[in-house]
Structure formats: structure tokens, C-alpha cells
Design a protein around this ligand. Structure first.
Ligand code: SAM
Ligand code: SF4
Length: 328
């Protein structure tokens, strides 16, 4: 049996994005504009199932886990989940992506539990626009939480995410630059992706990340050479800024060549790509520790089905209605 996750293109997968829930308390205009709709109660993966899953991935070479959702921090057992992952052999990084709700109150507990890396979504630095985009007038509190996070020694990185939106935040790059002057933050812009539910929105607000790259270059930012094994983000640095910009451009040529991540949904479906046609349920293999060998064999066999690239350019968004469903 393979003892590493390597696909038919020779790509390896040190990175697992694990969705803990599809519930979210925000209503971002590009993701859940009507807020979370509860059609029927779901049975999310338990701590024991998560530990078994991550142990199997770690034995197959995965060393970085990102907890995402929905909003991962709405899970009442969130701190215990982090603690249980910390004790899995081989896991070197436990990261999360959060909307930052209650960040200041909670980040200390999360880091004490073992969180090593933090990404916070901040789609605008203008409080009114932020409230319009997310449905929550909380930008000042979230920024305070980020400042506090920067003081925590055991937190290795603080990154901010923003979805690049035409004529909304695409004109606010200078505000972000200002923020990066003195703060060692990586500010990641993600090109808006089309999902099953957002076609009209996508057509109105999608802007190519190339425009942003050109703008940054004109302002004196320079592209960093990627280190081997780095993911798809392209980093930009500037001699007068402590922080950096990162651009994630899923529509760019060759984006999928550097794919290094796999995904598990909050109910235990294995997704080979955010925009794949199906998830494969592996939950029946998470019931006991004794199933580990079968689980590892199944993961390696399913990885054989991973396609070379997504088909977003053709408007094929796979089964993803919005990113909260699979875990963005
Ligand atoms: N709730 C958390 C948050 O917002 O940070 C974690 C889950 S969210 C789905 C993960 C990331 O996906 C966020 O940075 C969000 O902005 C991004 N995202 C959601 N929908 C997107 C879309 N259609 N295109 C690009 N990025 C998207
Ligand atoms: Fe919630 Fe994150 Fe989606 Fe916003 S992007 S609605 S915070 S899951």
C-alpha cells in the first residue's frame, strides 16, 4: 500500500482542510447572502471521528490541518477539537479560517489549546462596507482581535483574507497597504469564485486578480519567488512594509499544478477538489481505531480519481452551492 498521498500528477498533499460545520453566523454577500438556512439538523463529525481521520491523514504524510466551515468557532467543542489534534503524531500546524466574531475574547484559549496559525476574513476596512458585506457591524472589534492575536507568541502567523470584489474593495487596496506598513500580516486577496448559487453575483463582481497584481507592481510591490511545495498563493513584498500581500487566483493558468490540499466536509465526505463533482463518504470508516488501515487504503484509492484541474473556466462549479457547504 502507498504510505503517502500522491496523485497521478505527482502532486503530494501535506495539507487537509477540515470543515467542522456548515453553520455560519454571518451572511456574506458572495457566500450565504440569506444567512445560514437550516433545512434539517445535521450530524457533524465528532471529536473521536475527527481524531481518527486526522491520524490516518498524518500517517499518509499530512502535517497541516486547517479548521474551516461555515464558521468553525460556532462549534461548542472547538477548543477540545484543537486539543485533540495537537496530540496527533505528525501534525505540525493547526490553522483556522474564521470570520473573527468574538476573536478577541477567544483567540487566547484557541492558541493555548494548540492553534498555530490564524486566518481572519476582512473583506473591507471600511466599517460601513464591512457591515453591508457580512451583515455584521463588527469591524472595529475584529480589528482589535487581530491586534491582540499579533501579541500572542505561540501564534506563528496571522493572515487576513478578502474576496476581491469589483468596485467594492478592489478600490481599497491603499487602505490595506496602510495596514501592512507596521503590521507583520499577510493580506490575502482571493479572486471571487463562481459557485452553484452565486452566478449573478459572480457576473457582477468578479474581477481578474491580474488587475490587482499589476496595481501592486506599479506601487513598488514585488513578487516573491515561491518556495518548493508552496501552495497556490502568490506573495508580494515591499521594502517599506512589514506585511505582505498574497493573491489567490483560481482562474489563473496552471493554478491547479501546485494543488497541495484535500478536503473533508463536516459530515465526513472526502472532496478531492473544491469544485469536484462529488464527495466520497468515508464516515463508516471512522467508527473505531481498528479501521485505520482500511481508511488509509480508501483515501489512497480515492485520490486516484483526482482530476488534473478544475473546470471553473467553463462555468463548471461541480457540486459546490457555496463555499460554506464544503469548507472554503
Ligand atoms: N467562515 C469562515 C470565514 O469566512 O473566514 C471560514 C469559512 S469561509 C467559506 C472560508 C473563506 O472562503 C473565506 O475567506 C471566504 O471569504 C472565502 N469565500 C467564500 N466564498 C467565496 C467565493 N465564492 N469565492 C472566493 N472566496 C470565497
Ligand atoms: Fe460565513 Fe465565512 Fe461564508 Fe462569510 S464566508 S458567510 S463568514 S462561511
Amino acid at each position: 500500500m502507498n504510505n503517502q498521498l500522491v496523485d497521478s500528477q505527482g502532486r503530494s498533499f501535506p495539507y487537509l482542510r477540515l470543515s467542522l460545520t456548515d453553520v455560519c453566523n454571518f451572511s456574506c454577500s458572495y457566500c450565504l447572502p440569506e444567512g445560514y438556512q437550516c433545512d434539517s439538523p445535521k450530524n457533524y463529525l465528532s471529536i473521536d471521528e475527527i481524531r481518527r481521520l486526522v491520524t490516518a491523514f498524518a500517517e499518509l504524510g499530512t502535517w497541516k490541518i486547517r479548521l474551516t466551515g461555515g464558521e468553525p468557532s460556532v462549534r461548542k467543542d472547538f477548543v477540545d477539537i484543537i486539543k485533540s489534534l495537537r496530540s496527533v503524531d505528525g501534525i505540525k500546524q493547526i490553522a483556522m479560517t474564521t470570520n473573527g466574531y468574538k476573536l478577541k475574547e477567544k483567540i487566547g484559549q484557541w492558541v493555548d489549546a494548540g492553534l498555530t496559525n490564524l486566518n481572519v476574513s476582512v473583506d473591507s476596512l471600511d466599517p460601513r462596507l464591512f457591515a453591508d458585506l457580512t451583515g455584521h457591524n463588527r469591524l472595529p472589534q475584529i480589528l482589535e482581535g487581530i491586534d491582540y492575536a499579533l501579541t500572542l507568541n505561540n501564534l506563528r502567523s496571522v493572515k487576513l483574507n478578502a474576496v476581491l470584489l469589483k468596485n467594492i474593495n478592489s478600490h481599497q487596496i491603499d487602505q490595506y497597504s496602510q495596514l501592512l506598513k507596521d503590521k507583520p500580516i499577510s493580506m490575502r486577496f482571493i479572486e471571487l469564485m463562481q459557485t452553484g448559487d452565486n452566478l449573478e453575483y459572480f457576473n457582477q463582481y468578479h474581477v481578474s486578480a491580474n488587475d490587482l497584481k499589476n496595481y501592486l507592481k506599479a506601487q513598488g510591490w514585488s513578487e516573491k519567488i515561491k518556495s518548493p511545495g508552496a501552495g497556490p498563493a502568490v506573495e508580494f513584498v515591499h521594502p517599506e512594509h512589514k506585511g505582505s500581500f498574497g493573491i489567490i487566483a483560481p482562474y489563473s493558468k496552471d493554478f491547479c499544478d501546485s494543488c497541495n490540499r484535500l478536503r473533508i466536509s463536516s459530515t465526513g465526505d472526502f472532496h478531492l477538489c473544491l469544485f469536484g463533482e462529488q464527495g466520497f463518504s468515508i464516515r463508516h470508516l471512522l467508527k473505531t481505531d481498528e479501521q485505520k488501515t482500511e481508511l488509509k487504503e480508501t483515501l489512497c484509492r480515492l485520490l486516484g480519481k483526482k482530476r488534473k484541474q478544475h473546470f471553473l473556466h467553463d462555468g463548471d462549479t461541480g457540486i459546490t452551492p457555496h463555499l460554506a457547504s464544503v469548507g472554503g
